[in-house]
Design a protein around this ligand. Structure first.
Ligand code: LHQ
Length: 263
């Protein structure tokens, strides 16, 4: 029996998902897309899962689309279909998940593999990781949201150069330009990522879900609309058990115990 393209490991309070096609630098085929989409759906519905950790097996995170998949070249090639059924569905699922998605990148993050890392909530990279918007090298534009996420993360000047040149940058450079949250020594990456997930799992889940949702909403909102949205969400959270617990714990000078579910 062939090994699963995705390893799913439950951890206390979160779930670790490992892309598992190391012989192809975890390039995605339809099977990996299907497995990851299903795992994200399961993570969404499991109240015990309060965060997701996404990483890759072997010597890299992900080399993007599996270029050896049938139907990707020639006059009948339907790249839009491949993108819509696989990559766009994945990026939408990551953003719609009402729980933080932490991404741990070591080695290669190329093409749509880099786009996935940019779409996660908190991305940690090994200092030595290699990010590249490799699309231009095969005659394509950045996809899987990178033309949207990258300029917002690093600013238009850097986004244009990264997308047009397809240059490889290290994890340290990616962190310095704001493409990822932090770069850490490669041998500390998994320890740091797991600690971050454990920390997120102890935070108030509903407030985390709403933070994710309203930060995303801000991209299309005026300041006025965003002020209204913040007040509306705060009204709801202000009546939650987690808020009462947070304020009580502060007054009593003790650590809070947040138990509310995201939905
Ligand atoms: C691969 C891949 C790969 C298959 C390494 N596919 N096997 C969306 C929709 C539709 C169409 C197109 O695209 C998209 C979005 C995209 O993601 S486009 C961008 C696709 N990705 C790339 O263009 C990157 C291709 N890979 C590379 O340029 C190199 O592998 C990099 C620079 C990432 C790493 O180089 P090395 O460290 O030297 O490793 P390698 O090239 O020796 O790769 C190791 C193996 O992995 C090798 O297999 P082999 O059997 O020869 O050992 C590669 O063929 C395989 N592999 N990427 N995307």
């Amino acid at each position: 029996m062939s090994e699963s393209p995705l390893l799913v490991e439950p951890r206390p309070g979160y779930r670790k998902l490992t892309l598992n096609r190391p012989q192809k630098l975890n390039a995605f085929d339809a099977g990996l897309h299907q497995a990851l989409f299903k795992a994200l759906e399961e993570a969404a519905f499991d109240p015990a899962c309060r965060a997701v950790l996404l990483t890759g097996a072997g010597r890299g995170f992900c080399a993007g689309q599996d270029l050896a998949e049938p139907g990707l070249t020639g006059p009948e090639a339907d790249l839009a279909g491949v993108i819509e059924r696989g990559w766009n569905r994945l990026i939408r699922a990551i953003r719609a998940l009402p729980k933080p998605v932490v991404c741990a990148v070591h080695g290669v993050a190329a093409g749509a593999g880099a786009s996935v890392a940019f779409a996660c909530d908190i991305t940690l990279a090994a200092e030595t990781a290699k990010f590249s918007q490799a699309f231009i090298k095969i005659g394509l534009v950045p996809d899987s949201g990178a033309t949207w996420t990258l300029p917002r993360l690093v600013g238009p000047a850097r986004a244009r150069a990264l997308a047009m040149l397809g240059d490889t940058i290290t994890g340290s450079e990616a962190a310095a330009m704001g493409a990822v949250w932090r770069a850490v020594p490669e041998d500390k990456l998994m320890e740091e990522a797991e600690a971050l997930c454990a920390r997120l799992a102890r935070l108030p889940a509903k407030a985390l879900a709403e933070t994710k949702r309203i930060l995303d909403a801000s991209e299309g909102n005026s300041l006025d609309a965003q002020l209204d949205l913040e007040a509306k969400v705060q009204l709801q959270l202000g009546r939650s058990h987690d808020y009462a617990e947070g304020v009580n714990a502060f007054a009593q000078k003790r650590a809070p115990r947040f138990e509310g579910a995201p939905e």
